[in-house]
Design a protein around this ligand. Structure first.
Ligand SMILES: [Zn+2]
Length: 89
């Protein structure tokens, strides 16, 4: 598999780091890095996901619209790298 996520991610981090104040703590984990990726348990590679969202306002029992929206989402795995087009396993 290609290493686009690593190389493009490093360039992106470098660019953003130029605006980080000196001495600031860089958070790791879900706060820093690519969004909409998951780790493939079989290959250990990052897989790109495309998120689809849907929001709706249900009706209450009296027929009036609910105050809050109900939100749903689902992820679809991308078959190819969005940078170079290589097939993702
Ligand atoms: Zn690639």
């Amino acid at each position: 598999m290609c290493d686009c996520f690593k190389t493009v991610g490093e360039r992106m981090k470098q660019r953003l780091m130029e605006k980080v104040p000196e001495g600031a703590e860089i958070k790791k984990g879900f706060d820093t890095g690519w969004e909409n990726t998951c780790l493939s348990l079989s290959s250990g590679d990052l897989i790109v996901m495309l998120k689809y969202k849907l929001a709706y306002r249900a009706n209450k029992k009296d027929g009036s619209p609910a105050k809050n929206l109900t939100r749903m989402e689902g992820n679809v795995t991308m078959n190819h790298c969005p940078f170079c087009g290589e097939k993702q396993e």
